[in-house]
Design a protein around this ligand. Structure first.
Ligand code: TXA
Ligand code: MG
Length: 320
């Protein structure tokens, strides 16, 4: 896969139906022209992603909202856009018929986000089309927060725009806008508390058919490293041995892991710093042949801590 920093070249590729990996402030995305179903189909196949899991469409200007959401657009969409765009918030709302069904997996809604990363913003602006992009990893595997993480998993895309390390390190918050409030479909870089300052958050269960998920992406297992991962608790603490890698919240939360490979995610337990370093630590331990299983310390579930724990539960789900 060709790698570089040529945004104009990458934008040309997108316009011509090619796939471009690009940095956003959350994680790297695998992009295609959202209005080109053939290009979008390649995204699913390169990622080995089931077509029932819809993609987020990325825009670079507020005016593009009307290309994607069917009018009348709920006022709450504008309230959220004003407060959080450009930024790591994805808004799900009813779609225009022109948005390809492949992008939305046949749903009547489309997910839209305006990224804040300057490279992403410039790429979308130059491409002149909305860009459908899931995270640039293989389905179910660790999310990429650097160009090297992408190269570990993908080589088929036509170009990789290298923008260094991402800023938040965790995916966008996904919300659906409904009458009378919004529903959080995926916790992410924007906390529930900050959303609640602007809109009503609906919390009661939505009626869905048995076996159906309110958001197709709400799978119990996701974001997994290719070796066992355990969230540290009293009952498994004793199982940590020389073949383990340990990820701790902060240098001070320590414990004594003498002789055991340990990565600390922050200086003093700051949740944003933990989020930034989380996937990189998991990638590092995944790549270390001497480590047979990974143990990770849980964090408090406030602010971005909710998104962090959501990722950890899903990443460790297969090893409970
Ligand atoms: O930060 C991010 O959101 C990154 C960057 C690249 O923007 N993208 C990302 O995309 O995480 P992906 O595909 O890995 O996750 C998108 C999530 C999935 O859980 C999907 O099911 C949900 O958004 N989603 C997309 N369209 C939806 C829709 N119409 N209704 C409900 N959920 C939707
Ligand atoms: Mg993903």
């Amino acid at each position: 896969m060709q790698t570089g920093t040529d945004i104009a070249f990458a934008a040309d590729l997108l316009r011509n139906g090619k796939l471009v990996v690009f940095p956003t402030e959350t994680v790297y995305g695998l992009g295609a022209n959202a209005f080109d179903p053939y290009a979008v189909a390649k995204v699913f196949s390169v990622k080995k992603r089931p077509t029932f899991d819809p993609l987020i469409v990325h825009i670079s200007a507020f005016g593009q909202v009307e290309q994607l959401f069917q009018s009348p657009v709920d006022e709450q969409v504008y309230t959220l856009a004003k407060a959080f765009w450009p930024g790591p918030l994805t808004i799900v709302h009813h779609k225009k018929p022109e948005v390809p069904d492949l992008v939305t997996s046949g749903l009547p809604t489309v997910a839209v986000r305006m990224p804040a990363h300057p490279v992403a913003a410039e790429l979308i602006r130059m491409a002149g089309v909305p860009v459908a992009a899931p995270s640039a990893n293989l389905f179910g595997c660790l999310s990429p927060t650097s160009a090297n993480h992408v190269k570990k998993q993908l080589n088929e895309p036509d170009y990789l725009l290298d923008g260094g390390q991402t800023i938040y390190g965790i995916e966008s918050t996904v919300v659906s806008v409904e009458s009378g409030g919004i529903r959080i479909l995926r916790h992410g870089a924007i906390s529930e508390e900050s959303l609640a300052a602007h809109v009503t958050i609906l919390t009661e269960e939505k009626a869905v058919k048995p076996g159906q998920l309110p958001s197709p992406g709400m799978l119990k297992s996701h974001y997994s490293p290719r070796k066992p991962l355990y969230i540290i608790k009293d009952s498994n603490f004793g199982k940590i041995n020389e073949e383990s890698g340990v990820i701790i919240k902060s240098a001070q939360s320590g414990g004594n892991f003498n002789g055991i490979k340990t990565i600390s995610l922050s200086e003093n337990g700051n949740l944003s710093e933990i989020a930034v370093n989380l996937f990189a630590a998991l990638h590092q331990m995944e790549d270390d042949p001497e480590i047979k299983q990974i143990f990770i310390e849980p964090v408090a579930e406030s602010g971005i801590g909710k998104a962090i724990m959501d990722r950890l539960r899903k990443a460790s789900f297969n090893y409970l």
